[in-house]
Design a protein around this ligand. Structure first.
Ligand SMILES: NC(=O)c1ccc[n+]([C@@H]2O[C@H](COP(=O)([O-])OP(=O)(O)OC[C@H]3O[C@@H](n4cnc5c(N)ncnc54)[C@H](O)[C@@H]3O)[C@@H](O)[C@H]2O)c1
Length: 444
């Protein structure tokens, strides 16, 4: 099939590359000239495990090309995916301007190059957006087309694997013709029997928000349990094992920490909460989810302030991990942004290391933070001569450090661990003063 992908960010690039890998001819279009130039040179501008290999193969076999020209993309393709940003607007609602502006452009292009096409929305968008896109196009053209909702469930850090072997594909459309084309396109990805679930557009749009809101709620619930554990002297890891073995609850998304971040959960929880409000429904549980998530990242800074009686001036902290989760360079809504800003504002310095996210972090923070942070080349040099270590992201390389080094090379072996990486007995044996989330502190 001939496929167009509009927007070549985390979702668009993975979508375009994986469709090309399964034998389709794909044109990816983006307004960011610099990004398109890099892609044309064969450079993948994001860190996503496994993407380089599939990308190089698709380029080599000439099935994947990049352009800034929407018109030629439209002319050459029959199924056009919208992978555009839907950032939070002023009141938490999804900002649909990127999607609707492109819909207007597509309406004009249908007049120039008529012929049936399917416009597929992969961006996460509020209920009713497929109708709005359809209306915007239809006001400009009499051409034949369908608008389909096809939410994306990939996880950054495992995006290629998730796209290649999705647990399910959700397709929202009332059109038999569009449903058949979508099924044919996705069949190679679900050969092991995972379902392609066809439903109406509104249910499909809501499915994406329901999934993210449910996952954010699960994480937040465990963070609240962790907060209670700290008060009553229980260990959240034991509680997690105790409940996760119940198949009705399941093992995943039960790890306590300093809150969820990233480009999806925070904005999607806000957006569905806002949509509910627009329809006169007060989505109370999500109110709490948002509040608790905010307070989680604050709580680690509070622990730090309490330990030093509020006086951080002249101290130096090591920071391990900046990305919002491991295996990505994405720092959107990462707890590290808040934590480093607070530590800098309190007059302390930092030495930081992240395997992939140092460049994206540098681009996202203010000069005040940049002045306070020295970026290091590796994990071990971060801890040399620092007064304490803060762990923001659970990259694998932080999981098994040589525990004896903490006492040897730090000014004082103190760790504030936002991701509960270490066994309490091991840190106790290593003489480390250790604060984590929902577990007893050690040597405090
Ligand atoms: N990142 C994820 O893990 C993830 C997962 C599932 C769904 N989503 C959803 O997918 C959508 C895209 O997310 P993302 O993380 O890929 O965003 P992104 O910001 O990484 O990428 C968006 C791209 O669109 C481009 N763009 C903007 N306006 C354009 C236009 N008029 N024409 C062509 N290109 C244009 C931007 O330059 C950018 O490259 C969002 O709605 C998001 O909520 C994201």
């Amino acid at each position: 099939m001939k496929i167009g992908v509009i927007g070549t960010g985390y979702v668009g690039l993975v979508t375009g590359t994986c469709f090309a890998d399964s034998g389709n001819d794909v044109i990816c279009v983006d307004i960011d000239q610099n990004k398109v130039d890099r892609l044309r040179k064969g450079e993948v501008p994001i860190y996503e495990p496994g993407l380089n290999r599939v990308f190089e193969r698709a380029i080599r076999e000439e099935r994947l090309v990049f352009t800034t020209d929407l018109e030629s993309t439209f002319r050459e393709t029959e199924m056009i995916f919208l992978c555009l940003p839907t950032p939070p607007g002023a009141n938490g609602q999804a900002d649909l301007s990127f999607v609707l502006n492109v819909a207007d452009e597509l309406g004009d292009l249908f007049n120039k190059f008529p012929g049936y096409r399917v416009i597929i929305n992969k961006s996460t968008v509020p209920v009713g957006t497929a109708d709005r896109v359809r209306e915007r196009i239809a006001t400009k053209t009499k051409a034949e087309f369908d608008v389909v909702s096809n939410p994306e469930f990939l996880r950054e850090g495992a995006a290629v694997e998730d796209f290649m072997k999705p647990e399910r594909v959700v397709v929202g459309t009332g059109s038999k013709r569009a449903a058949e084309l979508m099924t044919a396109l996705y069949e190679p990805f679900v050969r092991s029997g995972n379902p392609i679930i066809i439903m109406d557009e509104r249910s499909s749009e809501l499915t994406k928000y329901a999934a993210n809101a449910m996952l954010a709620t699960k994480i937040t619930f465990m963070n609240e349990i962790a907060n209670i554990c700290e008060k009553v002297g229980a260990d959240v890891d034991d509680v997690r094992r105790g409940i996760g073995t119940d198949s009705r609850i399941g093992q995943r998304f039960l790890f306590a920490g300093i809150g969820y971040g990233g480009s999806c959960f925070p904005k999607d929880v806000q957006a569905i909460h806002h949509t509910a409000g627009e329809y006169g429904y007060d989505f109370k549980i999500l109110d709490s989810v948002m509040k608790v998530n905010e307070s989680q990242k604050v709580s680690i800074v509070k622990k730090i302030k309490d330990f030093y009686n509020g006086d951080l001036d002249g101290k130096t902290f090591g920071v391990w991990g900046l990305s919002f989760k491991p295996e990505t360079d994405d720092i959107r809504e990462a707890p590290s942004l808040y934590i480093t800003r607070e530590i800098a504002a309190l007059g302390a310095k930092m030495k930081a290391y992240d395997p992939e996210a140092m460049d994206t972090f540098k681009q996202a923070v203010t000069d005040d933070v940049l002045k306070a942070v020295e970026f290091m080349d590796d994990r071990d040099s971060v801890i040399e001569g620092v007064d304490a270590l803060i762990i923001c992201t659970e990259w694998n390389e932080f999981r098994r450090p040589d525990m004896s080094r903490f006492a040897k090379v730090m000014n004082a072996p103190v760790i504030f661990d936002g991701r509960n990486l270490y066994d309490l007995d091991r840190v106790a044996d290593a003489g480390v003063t250790y604060f984590s989330v929902g577990r007893p502190s050690v040597n405090a």
